[in-house]
Design a protein around this ligand. Structure first.
Ligand code: URP
Ligand code: ZN
Ligand code: ZN
Length: 471
């Protein structure tokens, strides 16, 4: 054992300000191979490499639990694959993602798992896990859920939206929840009332309302609130923990706050675009609004402060990106003249830490510790990766970001690494950047250079959600 450790590369990060979800102190961190071996002063030297981190923050690598890389949609796919998307994630300080294999109707969950493994293996430059999207429920699919949990896919995502494609009826949702209760998995929900939205969409098209803004106007926030309440009610009866993805509005927040006050294991996620952009962006002329077509839609601006407040007071637990990029040229353009044909989704995987740091920490909406909790530690805890990920501790994976709080950075499609021809946050000025990014002991980003290798990310077998880790 001793010899094995000595044979692995060692890396010493000196004099950094270590920020975790609970601590803040200046120290050194010694990495041996893929793991953190020691934290303290006067650690054994010599080592293979030393990085001086004085004046910088040393944080656990970001974890983005909501991405859609290489996601098929009709005849097209989201424009980042597991290589380009994870390189962009790494540039932004994210060292783990959890993506979504999607069951095709009539096919098995295992088929989707295999397909997504072929998309990710040999490509992902950071570690990745999967949540399984269930679209077609029967007894054998429920049985398969147990096997997936054993394989490390310990969360299942369901939809109350997109009828005819992804939406499940309440009975099917409840059956999946009951099975998750048995096998210990977590339920995730995209909560919007898809059936009523379909009626509103029909009305809009009949009236000739085809511009991107009608995407938002046909998906009112009250229908997100209704589906969020419904999901929580079903989960309460099934006795299963649930996680509401991409929360956008006060109505959904109220449902989550109410549930948490009752002591239910209910968690909410929001995304940078809901915190910083609004329905007004969909009104931009010349089809520019199409850049912002995603679901649930961007909301009137007043919802934003409610979301920020919920991030700071603990009502919301995670900031993820829902990264699902489609190029304006050739992809979003498919919806010229009919907003329903604009592929839903937008890029964001690279800028999550920039935006939450600038508008959360720099603008004093929450502390540095809370920032780390929202972008790394809570994702690890809720999704069965803690303390392997999301922590700076002896024995944890050496997934570490050295964050320079003084670097000024302007977000732009002309410099970003995502494979998409626009950035929703074009021109936003932020202070703070991921200067060095370490993935399981390997430096993969330094001085704006990618130093990793496609395929160096590993599939993460996640553990079950554990209530003792999180409140
Ligand atoms: O518009 C979005 N968010 N597209 C990705 C799929 C989803 O609903 O999360
Ligand atoms: Zn969704
Ligand atoms: Zn999504």
């Amino acid at each position: 054992m001793e010899i094995e450790i000595l044979n692995k590369m060692s890396l010493l990060i000196k004099n950094g300000r270590i920020i975790t979800s609970s601590d803040d102190f200046v120290s050194d961190v010694l990495i041996q191979g893929e793991k953190i071996l020691a934290i303290g002063k006067d650690l054994p030297n010599p080592v293979d490499r030393v990085i001086n981190a004085s004046g910088k923050y040393v944080i656990p690598g970001g974890i983005d639990v909501h991405t859609h890389l290489d996601m098929p949609l009709g005849n097209i796919s989201s424009s980042d694959d597991f290589e380009t998307g994870t390189i962009a994630a790494a540039f932004g300080g994210t060292t783990t993602i959890v993506d979504f294999p999607t069951q095709s109707r009539g096919k098995s969950l295992h088929d989707a798992f295999k397909l997504w493994q072929t998309k990710a293996q040999g490509k992902s430059v950071i570690d990745y896990g999967f949540h399984m999207i269930v679209t077609d429920v029967n007894d054998s699919i429920l049985d398969e859920m147990d096997q997936l949990v054993a394989d490390g896919i310990t969360s299942f995502k369901l939809f109350t939206a997109y009828p005819g494609a992804l939406m499940l009826d309440d009975a099917s949702i409840f059956r999946v929840m009951q099975r998750a209760k048995k096998n210990g998995a977590l339920i995730m929900m995209h909560a919007e009332n898809g059936s009523v939205i379909s009626e509103l969409v029909k009305n809009a098209l009949q009236q000739g309302n085809t511009n991107p803004i009608y995407h938002a106007l046909t998906r009112p926030s009250v229908l997100e609130g209704e589906a969020t309440y419904r999901t929580i009610a079903l989960a309460e009866v099934a006795g299963v923990p649930c996680y509401i993805v991409h929360v956008t509005c006060a109505e959904a927040l109220n449902a989550i706050i109410h549930a948490r006050q009752k002591g239910l294991p209910v968690f909410g996620e929001t995304c940078p675009h809901y915190l910083l952009l609004s329905e007004d962006d969909l009104r931009k002329p010349d089809f520019e609004g199409a850049k912002y077509v995603l679901s649930p839609p961007l909301r009137p601006r007043w919802h934003q402060e409610k979301l920020w407040q919920s991030l700071s007071d603990g009502s919301l637990s995670i900031v993820a990106t829902d990264h699902c990029p489609f190029n304006l040229k050739g992809q979003k353009e498919l919806g010229q003249g009919d907003f329903t044909k604009i592929p839903n989704g937008a890029p964001g995987i690279e800028n999550r830490l920039h935006l939450t740091y600038e508008f959360g920490v720099n603008q004093k909406r929450f502390s540095l510790n809370r920032w780390v909790e929202l972008v790394s530690t809570n994702p690890a805890k809720i999704f069965g990766m803690y303390p392997q990920k999301g922590e700076i501790a002896i024995g944890s994976d050496a997934d570490i970001v050295i964050w320079n709080p003084d670097t000024e950075y302007t977000i732009s499609a002309s410099t970003h690494h995502m494979r998409v021809d626009y950035n929703m946050f074009e021109g936003f000025n932020v202070k703070g950047n991921a200067e060095t990014v370490i993935s399981r002991g390997e430096i993969i980003i330094q001085n704006n250079q990618f130093l990793g290798r496609p395929g160096c990310g590993k599939f993460l077998k996640r553990k079950l959600y554990s209530p003792s880790l999180i409140n």
